[in-house]
Design a protein around this ligand. Structure first.
Ligand code: FSX
Length: 381
């Protein structure tokens, strides 16, 4: 007779061996619904709808990858962001398409059973599982500032990274350090990439999905890409997927025409604000922030901060907490600056525009060429 532990392990294995299509069908998703899901997945990954049959074929035979999600110094906003999506969504479907074997906040198990699930998944799927990490890692005083089940965050991350096929850093904290790393950084917080760079953990293919919190559709889009192609998407120099971080918020903002015309709100309740003019003078960080908020938006595509009348605070950029007041303009747009803006020759604006153009160009290249980085092409520790 099988022990409870053996039964638990058996259940994990058989669910893991189901294909994504089998799992979705078991959840009551019709064939038509599945094809719609594939079309939505293509669009989420910035691929043309003609890719939907290829995605359907890939997902029809792909087994659900084991995913281990570790949470360190964070506010749980990243998980909240993901779970606040309304059902049924592409996001929820995607999470039926993976085997989430360990997640501090979402798992039912606790204590020893929870840690056993992590250890078993790491051993059974060594070299195959996806490691998702949110929160930064305290590096000061050998990581004593934060422990889980008596294990320091640094040690838990080190163990997790060792057998991971790829690591996805969810949120600004794990991508760039985020709030815990803000001055004076009392815990010596570091990002996953910082630790890889200094050799404190092994190097693995790393995708950063910054945002405080990140957009749920971006998290699921990246996972969908991995699930479909077995590869990670094309990344920029900060390990961000170009299809989602290739443009600045400013590049895609619906108020951009007002910026180009030199029409700015000077206060949050003046005529310009009422007319929906550009929020640049009120501190909007859209011109220096790379993310998809202006296109994917939030709450199922309902809105995003600029649409509700507040400037972008740049939460997906490195060091944003220490970058000064959220309400100070990036430069001083006086009447002269407005003229310069119109002419498109403001130094900061020109530099921003050039970098935005370069990024846009790269992003379009990635879209049309659909280049991928194979896991084997990337450096392994
Ligand atoms: Fe950080 Fe996420 Fe901001 Fe919070 O897990 S990116 S503080 S939304 O929760 O890590």
């Amino acid at each position: 007779m099988k022990s409870d532990r053996e039964k638990e392990s058996g259940a994990i294995v058989s669910q893991r061996e189901e294909t994504v299509l089998q799992r979705l069908r078991r959840q009551g998703i019709s064939r038509r619904g599945f094809l719609k899901f594939c079309t939505a997945t293509a669009s989420m990954m910035a691929l043309p709808p003609t890719m939907a049959p290829a995605i359907a074929a890939a997902l029809g035979s792909a087994t659900r990858p084991s995913v281990i999600w570790l949470s360190f110094q964070e506010c749980t906003g990243c998980t909240e962001s993901l779970t606040r999506s309304h059902l049924p969504t592409v996001e929820s479907l995607i999470f039926d398409a993976i085997s989430l074997d360990y997640h501090h906040t979402l798992q039912a198990a606790s204590g020893e059973a929870a840690e056993r699930a992590r250890e078993e998944a790491m051993a059974r799927y060594a070299g195959e599982y996806l490691l998702l990490v949110d929160g930064s890692i305290p590096y000061g005083d050998e990581g004593i500032y934060s422990t889980i089940a008596g294990v320091s965050n640094l040690e838990m991350l080190r163990q997790g990274v060792e057998g991971a096929a790829a690591v996805i850093a969810i949120g600004t904290c794990s991508s760039f350090g985020g709030l815990p790393m803000a001055s004076p950084n009392p815990t010596g917080a570091m990002s996953v990439n910082d630790l890889m760079q200094r050799g404190a953990i092994q190097r693995r293919p790393l995708i950063n999905i910054p945002g405080c919190p990140p957009i749920p559709a971006v998290i699921t889009g990246v996972i969908a890409h991995y699930l479909t192609f077995g590869t990670i998407p094309q990344l920029d120099a900060l390990h961000r997927p170009l299809s989602f971080y290739g443009d600045t918020i400013h590049d895609r903002c619906y108020r951009r025409t007002y910026y180009d015309q030199g029409k700015f709100a000077d206060t949050f309740d003046d005529e310009g604000a009422r007319l929906g003019w550009c929020l640049y003078k009120l501190g909007c960080r859209g011109p220096t922030t790379y993310n998809s908020c202006a296109t994917l938006k939030w709450n199922g595509g309902t809105s995003f901060p600029i649409q509700s009348g507040h400037g972008c605070i740049g939460c997906s950029e490195p060091g944003f907490w220490d970058a000064g007041s959220f309400y100070e303009a990036l430069s001083m747009p006086t009447a002269a600056a407005t003229t310069a803006t119109r002419a498109g020759v403001g130094v900061g604006v020109a530099a921003g525009a050039l970098s935005a153009w370069q990024n846009l160009h790269q992003r379009n290249g990635a879209r049309t060429g659909h280049q991928e980085v194979k896991l084997d092409d990337l450096e392994r520790g």
